[in-house]
Design a protein around this ligand. Sequence first.
Ligand SMILES: Cc1cc2nc3c(=O)[nH]c(=O)nc-3n(C[C@H](O)[C@H](O)[C@H](O)COP(=O)(O)OP(=O)(O)OC[C@H]3O[C@@H](n4cnc5c(N)ncnc54)[C@H](O)[C@@H]3O)c2cc1C
Length: 1015
Amino acid sequence: MKSLTIHTLIITVFFFTIPTSFASPPRLEDVYSQCTTDFKPSNPNFPIQNFTYTQQDPSFLTILNNYVRNLRYFNNTTRKPVAIIAAADVTHIQATITCAKRLSLQLRIRSGGHDYDGMSYLSTVEFVVLDMFNLRSIEFDPKLDTAWVQSGATLGEIYYGVANKSNDLRGFPAGICPGLGAGGHFSDAKIVDAKGRVLDRSSMGEDLFWALRGGGAASFCVVLAWKIKLVPVPGKVTVFNVETVGNRGGVNTTELVLKWQEIADKIDNNLFIRLTLSTSNKTVKASFMGMFLGDSTKLLETMNTDFPALGLNKTECLEMKWIESVLFWLSIPPGTAPTSVMLNRIPQKQIYLKRKSDYVQKPISRTGLDAIFKVLLENENVTMAWNPYGGRMSEIPSTETAFPHRAGNMFKIQYAANWLVQGEAVANECLSQTERVFEAMSPYVSKNPREAFLNYRDVDIGTSLNSTYEEGKVYGVKYFKNNFERLVKVKSRVDPDNFFRYEQSIPVLSTYNRNSQTTQNMEKLLVISLLLILNSVATSQPVTDPVAFLRCLERQPTDPASPNSAVAYIPTNSSFTTAALGCARELSLQVRIRSGGHDFEGLSYTSTVPFFVLDMFSFRTVDVNLTDGTAWVDAGVTTGELYYRIAEKSNVLGFPAGLCTTLGVGGHFSGGGYGTMMRKYGLSVDNVVGSGIVDSNGNIFTDRVSMGEDRFWAIRGGGAASFGVVLGYKIRLVTVPEKVTVFNVRRTVAEGGVDLIMKWQSFAHSTDRNLFVRLTLTLVNGTKPGEKMALASFIGMYLGGSDKTFNVMNRDFPELKLKRTDCTEMRWIESVVFWAGYPIGTPISVLLNRTVTTKAFHKRKSDYVKRPISRTGLGLILKKLVEVENVRMFFNPYGGRMGEIPSSRTPFPHRAGNLYKIEYLVSWSEAGEDVEKNQLARAREMYEFMSPYVSKNPREAFFNYRDLDIGSSVNSTYEEGKVYGVKYFKDNFERLVDIKTLIDAENFWKNEQGIPVRR
Ligand SMILES: Cc1cc2nc3c(=O)[nH]c(=O)nc-3n(C[C@H](O)[C@H](O)[C@H](O)COP(=O)(O)OP(=O)(O)OC[C@H]3O[C@@H](n4cnc5c(N)ncnc54)[C@H](O)[C@@H]3O)c2cc1C
């Protein structure tokens, strides 16, 4: 830490007192410091000036040098950073990222400075170093199973802390440790991404978390801290270091190495024997340095059985605590230093060095070994450390983390050349020797690609000058093999601007055109929002002052990365969304999102408070992928368009969604979405596999992974309008037969309708799941003048031909007396037209009509029935229906697939146990308050009358049949929300509240029936 600088003052004086014509341009480092100082939010307890070191600062070089581990990259000619920010607070990291972006500086992130080729503190272009050494706290959980470790902590500090805290019962597998893979030992991370957001595992998504583990985090973000899993270690471990020059006990070095190759990757997982090959007095020296997680007796038993040739004896074995073994591996002679030396952060001695790596997958023959020894003797400055794999390393799949070198590898070679003397000649000689040994090893090591270990950073295997995918692939496949492509995808998604780039970073996919997806989406939002504002004005919707809104939009910064902006962390190409959402905040406007406009209570385009509409009608892409049977469907697509586009490509694929063909996918899917195939395939949301969403800060999550499982769960039935703007859904298509059969058989009460309804109640939910028979109850004229009676219509569809339909119906519902002439076979897509109410034979192109030709006034209500209604009950209901008039009732059967899906899988909870759902429909065409009151009263009366026959505590309701009568929110409280929430979502309501609280704590996305925030 250092004292407060006077940068602010200097800059101010500089700009205001020197006449422009004489002024030399401000120094980059000053502009940078000023930028970070101005950054908001800042933490007043940690003014960033105290942690910023520019080249003028007297301690600049010391700070830079403190964590330089390779002297090759610290001399007079090495380019120095514009500034070093020794971050002590997350806001410092955010400021550093923002300002580096603004001034087009590259960022180098340094934790311990051990990058062998100096990539954490070196660059060929202007750059800043974000130094993490101040962020080094370690926090243990009470059970000592895990610890949060900040990035700047050294391994020594972690080992020491773990051992001390656990009384030597725990360790952590990093650095050198037998038989354990480290990747799986990170269970969480906290990062700051390119937008300056602080994310953890759940908010960053599994893909990014995967990439960080082995893929080199510096390509993706700044890691603030890791959550590590601690492992138990025995009270005693045993170490040894057997060195042989020429031969040992009559066995020559070649033989010993041959034997080592046979056993090292197969021996007891508790035993790790590293072989180091170097030269001594023109002879090859082999060191077998080992550690056993147990005592010496057990170790000797194992060695005598598996590696007797080494002749390890008791006197060569040293028993010690695991923490002491850390010093042993650092070549500190046992007993010469306390374990606390591992807390020294600054190395005693700095050296020049070069490292390279290789993987060996087949044993090297005796002849091969002799040739290698010869090369080593000719290049005496190079040593090779052979680190055995096998054990746990082979069990972990190579795709589990980004680190790919798992099963199939016997050992990894590290080539090392160290020298102490400055000067080009020595450096060149050492580098050439390393190169020669590396070349000579090519016949014996992995090929296509010649694999390399990322942590043994080696610029020789390829570097990136222009940040292209092709350049990146050269080194990328060596470090990551097949995982490289996935890393590129993650990178392209989380950092499309390639802000986190350096000489060996993961490139952005060249074909990934973020403009084509994200920007287009955003442009659509722009156009549409403006349209709607204007539309709102034209139609006198209750937008208080559209001009103020437009002015506000104009005032929003065009450079969204501006640190002074309240909307600083947003993708540069989504400025409009951010601006619109920012203005919604500034002017206290609510946002209403509309896709198809079918909300029964008009919540997508009305509000009692000032608002604007974000209309999604331009989001119209349907991208059907026949190869994997999926489709991406934009939020503004209607169900009719979706069905049509699927049928355009295939006769045997369809999708289970609503009967009405002008519903918008955005609202319809986000509320569940049922249709005639639900008994076979469930709801729309049961077949949704991905989605994209924009949050209130304009952050775009383009897939399920990035938005996180919780958010993804919530928007499949919980009403997306409480969580953000859904851009679209990825759906799994379902198979449909080439022919389906439809029918519509009507019977009045006078024609035996009551018996049929009674039978329907037991048949419809239990029959063949290919069959869906909806029952509608409407009124028709009776036999006497002015008399009305109920008409029961059994409208059905069987997913198959008429023969099969006929058989199933005659078996399960013979009372209906379905005749062959009642049945019409057609393509599934034609049945969609039939269900939408068009006469049979209407061309399917009608599905592309988005607008509803005849508009009417509507009220809908819903109920769930769990026990068949008695004949007496039914009689009363039918009588009441006649009495209230103008109320229709549609009964939709459940059962089949609907009964199998657990009620917590999606927010839609009405699964097993429901026989059918009732929809109450009241529609009228005449405008006027009195008419409306009258019609609503009828709907409510019928609904009240039904209470004894339907679900209770809660009286369940279907979210897509929006009904403000069941409760609405005025003050956005949890209590208000619970009233309607448990009816729509039952037990899932609490989880929805938890998710809402987590991702939208300010309750930006609210409406009269939104999910409340838990306070
Ligand atoms: C004539 C008619 C027939 C119907 N038939 C069926 C049926 O067969 N099956 C069925 O399940 N339902 C049916 N419904 C109900 C229908 O599914 C819901 O009304 C659904 O919400 C409509 O979606 P929408 O996008 O058209 O409506 P909108 O009014 O645009 O939206 C409805 C709700 O979703 C929100 N929303 C819309 N788009 C987004 C988005 N992109 N991101 C976030 N939130 C968004 C809105 O803000 C609003 O809260 C029918 C409705 C009508 C009017």
